[in-house]
Design a binder for this molecule. Structure first.
Ligand code: SAH
Length: 501
């Protein structure tokens, strides 16, 4: 069931890691006519929204004027009454210190139908990511979620600090950094042991999550010293010490490393996801974009005559994808390649072919044009019709070598790589990067030219192979690490090896 018109969905977006968004939240975001979202929603949370969806920021940021709560309610009601399907997207869980209860009441009073989609709340997520189990058979049979920052308009404290002090279990404070010293003192005054373990978790589940462990008596000083800032959770309880054994996120090989990925956005996702899984903070700074060129006469002719070629050479996964699109546009399918020998430059290209039911006949050991030329040495190309399908700006090593050996070579440009305009936030984030990864010469030239003196020169430069490395040096930069295997897995292996040093 997707988003219905006239209904408001109060949806939890989880604590920050996009992977912790629920299936239901993604389904509703994809279907909604309007989305009213908070500040602390995961990066990319709205990527799945419809192109024509209305996206409205209603977040609250300390010190910045924000949309008052009443007005948020009124706008939700108005949008629903206009017949829209409305998602109200909040950090964590909408009913845990999220004012979702108030919004639901306003909707009910106005007669607007609503649904509540729980989210993973920070109290269990940031703790889990910090390796702190909120309950434990030996340490805590109960857990309390507590606000550390009460509504300043309240005249009397709603919190009974003596009762909290004697609570038999873990205390998890939300919004607890600002008043940490007073709150810790109140707990100790109420009889809680000053020696009890306590932890602060900053930006839990986000890249750059930080955790500090101390005792109830010393946590305020530790938080001040480490400059822990919002959003952060404070955990008081013996379970905080379990982190010594259970911390896992911070033990990942690339935790705390910021890595710039310069591939075109469409290709970057696999690399970026793997880097994130390894613990890195990824900055996507695509240098180039793939612009298909399937409407040219040369492409159309080659695609409709695809059956005449005895050898078809493909030099990138993009080339494979677009050649098949061109073949389909000519009313043909994979069978048109039945008689041809198919050569792929590397495993990514071979994989793209295999996904379309074609196993590459020739696949060199090293993934550069020169190696493909060598691998093709065993094939007699004298007088053969050969198709080289590739990017417009590729080098001529392969067609030249084949022509020299007597082949009749048609080169078609399936796409052009054009420069992507760098995103200002990403450029800013890249300044503190530990690594910049380059996966092709075109990314090097385009990115260095686009960034100029904003290129992060303090980062280590990682290149996928010798051709890319040459371009790095031509751009006046040093190659710090060159992959031994010239594909994405090889690049990752080189990065891991370097980071472990
Ligand atoms: N509805 C949210 C809580 C909103 S109150 C939820 O269910 O998680 C905001 C407070 O939540 C912050 O001050 C902080 O204490 C906590 N918080 C939210 N996201 C957090 C995160 N990623 N890491 C640590 N604390 C977080």
């Amino acid at each position: 069931m997707s988003a219905r018109s006239g209904v408001v969905y109060l949806v939890g977006a989880g604590p920050g890691d996009p992977g912790l968004m629920t299936a239901r939240s993604l389904e509703l975001i994809a279907g909604a006519d309007a989305i009213f979202y908070d500040r602390l929603i995961p990066p990319g949370a709205l990527d799945g929204a419809r192109d024509d969806a209305e996206l409205v920021y209603v977040g609250k940021q300390p010190g910045v004027p924000s949309v008052p709560q009443d007005e948020i309610g009124a706008r939700l009601i108005e949008a629903a009454r206009e017949g829209k399907s409305v998602v109200r997207l909040k950090g964590g869980d909408p009913f845990v210190f999220g004012r979702g209860g108030e919004e639901g009441e306003a909707l009910r009073a106005a007669g607007v139908e609503f649904e509540v989609v729980p989210g993973v709340t920070a109290g269990v997520a940031a703790t889990a990511y910090a390796g702190i189990p909120v309950t434990h058979r030996d340490d805590a049979s109960a857990v309390a979620f507590v606000t550390g920052h009460e509504d300043p308009e309240k005249t009397e404290s709603a919190l009974d600090w003596d009762a909290l002090a004697s609570f038999p279990g873990t205390l998890v404070f939300y919004m607890g950094v600002k008043r940490l010293a007073e709150n810790a003192a109140a707990l100790i005054a109420g009889g809680r042991d000053a020696e009890e373990p306590a932890a602060a978790i900053e930006r839990g589940t986000w890249p750059g999550q930080r955790t500090v462990v101390a005792t109830l008596g010393t946590i305020a000083d530790a938080v001040a010293r480490e400059e822990i800032g919002a959003p952060a959770l404070i955990v008081v309880g013996a379970v905080a010490a379990r982190r010594e054994d259970l911390a896992w996120l911070e033990r990942r090989p690339l935790h705390g490393r910021r890595v710039v990925v310069t591939r075109a956005r469409a290709q970057a996702s696999g690399l970026a996801a793997t880097l994130r899984d390894l613990g890195a903070e990824v900055v996507e700074l695509p240098a180039i974009r793939i612009e298909p060129r399937l409407d040219t006469a040369e492409v159309k002719e080659a695609a409709s005559a695809i059956g005449v070629y005895e050898l078809v050479c493909l030099t990138s996964p993009n080339g494979v994808r677009l050649l098949f699109e061109a073949i389909a546009a000519a009313g043909l399918d994979a069978r048109a390649l039945a008689g041809a020998t198919v050569a792929a430059i590397g495993p990514g290209t071979a994989r793209a072919l295999a996904e379309r039911g074609v196993l590459a006949d020739v696949l060199p050991e090293r993934f550069v044009a020169e190696a493909l030329v060598e691998a093709l040495a065993e094939i007699d190309v004298e007088g053969a019709r050969v198709l080289v399908a590739r990017a417009a700006e590729a080098r001529d090593v392969l067609p030249d070598a084949l022509r020299e050996r007597g082949a009749e070579v048609d080169v078609v440009s399936l796409y052009e790589t054009v420069r992507e305009r760098p995103d200002a936030d990403a450029v800013e984030a890249a300044q503190a990067a530990d690594y910049v990864t380059f996966t092709s010469s075109s990314t090097v030239t385009n990115l260095t030219e686009a960034l100029g003196d904003r290129f992060p020169t303090s980062a280590r430069i990682l290149s996928i192979g010798p051709v890319t490395s040459d371009s790095v040096r031509t751009a006046g930069l040093n190659v710090d690490v060159e992959a031994k295997r010239h594909d994405i897995d090889g690049l990752l292996a080189a990065l891991l090896e370097d980071a472990a040093k």
